[in-house]
Design a protein around this ligand. Structure first.
Ligand code: GDP
Ligand code: GDP
Length: 454
């Protein structure tokens, strides 16, 4: 191979945007079949194709990185939600409510060939109430003859309808110009500022103690950072001081607000958790130490790992655990988490404040791992030694060779290994284990992809 390390690094893929977590979110909302998914695919299509052979990247993301005219943002696709509610009939309006709550601006899609229906009108009322910026797409205007129908959507009172054809691309440029203009800009400034407070999500199933811990941490000193002028909605993010430093707690409104929705409440909660995780750099996963781990707990943990965020597992309510139970409890927790040897754990009590001073050091350690970059030189000398000592097993007469590796990005650390053949999953895991032994990375997931060169 006549490629320089720089060539290979370029091949390994563009650096993922390091500030994805802090990008503003545009949600695409509308009735089924109006063309939401088609539009989303048109906007992010090329980006999605890049999602590659990284094991574990199988999650249903809540939103995707997108870019238009130099503005980076997250695009939230509600098109797939219907399918995932599984029997629970989340109405269009309920779904819109969830999306509106989690987004910074809304792209509302109406089928211009059908016109506004009663359920479109319902969504319009919610949009108005929210006070969030809305851009109206009159979709399925595949040619000039549809423009008139699109113009009738002025009646909705949401401003100019943008006639578009999600299918053919017609008019989508103007629509995106308007959508990008509707997004708040302060968040981006925060994102490029290296001194900006780091973003923490406090997640976990109901009743593990999220609001209690939030109150402990935030105390009286909380400052609202994301207050939309002229609306009464709860602040989504709050700036708090913990351990004498400023942090941004993501989606505290979701923690403070009790979900009243009966239909689809779990679905709502899990979407909201997913969105909070994606907007954060580090997730504190709260668990109740006084009861065994539940499936819901493990689901939240997987959400964090798959989203590639730094993680600290916080076992709360230790004041309920008797002295004599502690040893056995620790042992059983070890057992539960045997698949996640890199996870950082702390035991505390949100009620008494016991050990809450251990949070900041754990968060710092996890974020340090998440940010860590190993130089290409160090990485390859490490792999060279590893392979010399423990070569890949020979499979039907063949032995894949490791040619070269590079760390393609940080946040989370992502490694790309170029090989002459497919690696056994066990060998991949062996490499990950050794990478961690050599370089730490406690509290951060690692992504390792393998590129087979012919
Ligand atoms: P969603 O349920 O809102 O996500 O809608 P989809 O994106 O799945 O689209 C529903 C149907 O409308 C599909 O058959 C699409 O091919 C079609 N469709 C979407 N956008 C357009 C468009 O701009 N023009 C036409 N003619 N059909 C479209
Ligand atoms: P959330 O639903 O995750 O926000 O949980 P809450 O903060 O509302 O707590 C649920 C219940 O657990 C409440 O009754 C809290 O008082 C209680 N709780 C929270 N943290 C602790 C703790 O550290 N020790 C004990 N004993 N109870 C706690």
């Amino acid at each position: 191979y006549d490629l320089t390390p720089e060539d290979l690094a370029a091949l390994a893929g563009e650096e993922a945007p390091e500030t994805e977590a802090a990008l503003p979110t545009l949600a695409v909302v509308g009735r089924p079949n109006v063309g939401k998914s088609t539009l989303v695919n048109r906007i992010i299509g090329r980006r999605l194709a890049v999602v590659e052979d990284t094991p574990g990247v199988t999650r249903d993301r809540v939103s995707y990185p997108a870019e238009w005219a130099g503005t980076d943002f997250m695009l939230m696709d509600t098109g797939g939600w219907e399918a995932k509610v599984q029997g629970l009939d989340l109405s269009v309006a309920q779904q819109a409510e969830v999306a509106i709550d989690m987004a910074d601006a809304i792209l509302f899609v109406v089928d211009a060939t059908v016109g506004a229906t009663a359920s479109d009108e319902k969504v319009v009322r919610l949009l108005r109430k929210s006070g969030k910026p809305v851009v109206l797409a009159a979709n399925k205007v595949d040619g000039p003859q549809g423009e008139l129908e699109a113009a009738s959507l002025w009646n909705l009172g949401l401003g100019e309808p943008y006639p578009v054809s999600a299918l053919h691309g017609r008019g989508t440029g103007d629509l995106l110009d308007a959508a990008v203009a509707a997004l708040p800009t302060e968040m981006e400034q925060v994102a490029v500022d290296p001194e900006a407070p780091r973003r923490i999500a406090l997640v976990g199933r109901p009743n593990v103690g999220k609001s209690s811990l939030l109150n402990q941490l935030a105390g009286e000193r909380r400052v609202v950072v994301d207050e939309t002028a002229g609306t009464t909605r709860d602040p989504v993010d709050e700036r708090v001081e913990i351990g004498g430093r400023a942090w941004t707690l993501v989606d505290t409104a979701g923690i403070r607000r009790r979900v009243h929705m009966t239909k689809g409440a779990d679905f709502y909660a899990s979407l909201r958790t997913g969105a909070a995780i994606e907007r954060a750099e580090v997730a504190l996963v709260l668990l109740d130490a006084s009861v065994p781990l539940t499936d819901q707990d493990t689901r939240v943990i997987s959400q964090v790992v798959e989203a590639g965020r730094a993680m600290v597992l916080v076992f709360n309510k230790w004041d309920l655990v008797g002295e004599d139970e502690r040893f056995l409890l620790e042992r059983s927790i070890e057992q539960d988490l045997v698949q996640l040897p890199w996870a950082l754990r702390i035991n505390l009590s949100a009620r008494t404040g016991w050990h809450t001073n251990r949070l900041v050091p754990a968060i710092d350690l996890a974020l340090g791992s998440w940010d860590q970059r190993i130089s290409t030189g160090r990485l390859n000398s490490f792999l060279g030694e590893l392979v010399a000592e423990h070569p890949h097993p020979v499979r039907s007469g063949k032995q894949p060779k490791i040619l070269f590796a590079t760390q393609a990005s940080t946040r989370p650390p992502r490694f790309v290994i170029f090989t002459s053949g497919f690696l056994d999953p066990t060998y991949r895991r062996f490499i990950e284990r050794r990478l961690r032994e050599a370089f730490g990375f406690e509290g951060s997931p690692l992504q390792i992809s393998v590129r087979v060169r012919e």
